[in-house]
Ligand binder design. Structure first.
Ligand SMILES: Cc1ncc(COP(=O)(O)O)c(C=O)c1O
Length: 431
């Protein structure tokens, strides 16, 4: 595969950006080699700076549920941008997107648009603290909620411990407000609740944890969180930045039938433009400025171009059969790949939930916690990823990241992916 143009662009990018990138995972560090620079995408396909073509299963890490440069989304962006990119004042487009979402999402009464998933999670935490008058945040090991100080925290030693920061630059005093417990572990969760009774403002979870593999949770565990939060007066925050509008229009809340107190969104809600949002009941949202005392603002919040892109995308999702078709294609793909792995007796599982999938180099039938992911998973993923690139399949460059199937993937794309993934497994296990 020719890569000289991408390589030259990367050499240049390193002069401008730390590591040559504007977001770390893009640097290909965990799979080796150099990142590809993309020039163009249409539907399920992308083209890089050397003219290589790929079937894309990264889909910009999830937002592009309709694929690249969808006609309706592109038209909405262009027509709206032609009328002015930003006003810093209210616009009709904000109303239109909000009204559409609220009408089709029974777990929300009011919403606030922001510009990223990180901002959504950060604001949701502040809202929960303001609403409860408490300080502590409980999160789960392996869940990612953006690069928010209070949430870039990993478990310390022992069960139900205060965490330690997973990034330099976060004061220990902030981290002391965050409790980290393992996923899917009712005992550890209950112990933490007991230990910090009356101090916890919010329990924050990705109801479908999809940032350290795909750690599908037991519905019993999620329902337990709901019951305990209600009993203890704690805000339950579902971070649906990935699962929102992906598992169904109502995301994981709808899938499990659980009403969280606050929801955070990003990715799909903006149609590929930078948008995030958080929402809750009208009562909880009345805490937000200017109605209430919790301050949160944004120069480009509710940007009309981004709103129009989001609306154009979301309108496609409510069409009958949309999610069923996505799932059909994903299941077709993962079951054929799994059947091949089983037949060859490879230590491999490909998990999916709706149109989210994840490859794991292990035999476990279910992986629900981070410490259940085999340590060599990353090493085996690197040659697997490289092989697929050479075959014209693009996966996110990390074995801990999930892949996405979009509405634009055709059965021919899926058939190609099945052959290429199976060959990639033969390559990894037989070389
Ligand atoms: C569950 C979850 N929350 C929050 C974020 C942060 O979103 P953003 O990258 O838009 O800031 C992400 C990003 O991947 C995410 O997956």
């Amino acid at each position: 595969m020719k890569q000289s143009n991408s390589e030259a662009l990367f050499v240049e990018a390193k002069k401008y950006f730390p590591g040559g990138v504007n977001s770390p995972v893009r640097a290909f560090k965990s799979v080796g080699g150099n990142p590809l620079f993309f020039e163009r995408g249409k539907g399920s396909h992308v083209w890089d700076a050397d003219g290589n073509e790929f079937v894309d299963f990264c889909c910009s890490w999830g937002p592009l549920i309709l694929g690249h440069a969808n006609d309706a989304v592109t038209e909405a962006i262009c027509t709206t941008a032609a009328k002015g990119a930003s006003f810093g004042a209210p616009t009709r487009e904000e109303n239109e997107l909000a009204s559409f979402i609220l009408q089709h999402h029974k777990y929300l009464e009011k919403i606030r648009f922001v510009s990223s998933g990180t901002e959504a999670a950060m604001s949701a935490i502040r809202l929960a603290r303001g609403y409860t008058g408490r300080d502590k945040v409980l999160k789960f090991e392996g869940c990612y909620h953006g690069h928010v100080d209070a949430l870039l925290v990993k478990a310390g030693s022992g069960l139900a411990t205060l965490g330690t920061s997973s990034s330099a630059g976060i004061p220990e005093s902030y981290v002391k407000e965050t409790i980290v417990v393992p996923l899917n572990d009712i005992e550890a969760f209950d112990a933490a609740i007991e230990m910090y009774r009356g101090q916890i403002a919010v329990v924050a979870i990705e109801p479908v944890p999809a940032n350290n593999g795909l750690l599908i949770q037991d519905g019993v565990f999620l329902r337990h969180l709901r019951e305990v939060c209600t009993r203890e007066g704690i805000v339950l925050l579902f971070d649906e930045v990935i699962s929102g509008f992906r598992l169904g229009f109502e995301g994981a809340s709808g899938y499990y039938g659980i009403q969280p107190d606050v929801l955070a969104f990003g990715k799909i809600i903006g149609g590929g433009m930078p948008v995030g949002a958080y929402g809750a009941s009208a009562e909880i949202m009345s805490q937000i400025a200017p109605d209430g005392p919790v301050y949160q603002a944004g120069t480009l919040s509710g940007n009309p171009v981004a709103m129009a892109a989001g609306l154009a995308q979301l309108k496609e999702l409510v069409k009958p059969g949309f999610y069923e078709e996505l799932e059909r294609k994903t299941v077709k793909m993962v079951s054929a790949i799994q059947a091949h792995a089983d037949q060859k007796n490879y230590v491999f599982r490909i998990f999916n939930m709706g149109s989210i999938f994840w490859v794991s180099f292990s035999k476990e039938k279910a992986i629900r916690r981070m410490d259940e992911i085999p340590e060599n998973s990353g090493q085996l993923f690197a040659p697997f990823h490289r092989f697929l690139l050479e075959r014209g399949i693009y996966l996110g460059p990390s074995g801990y990241e999930v892949g996405f199937v979009s509405a634009a993937h055709t059965d021919a794309d899926i058939d190609k992916a099945i052959v290429d993934f199976c060959d990639a497994l033969d390559h990894v296990y037989n070389k």
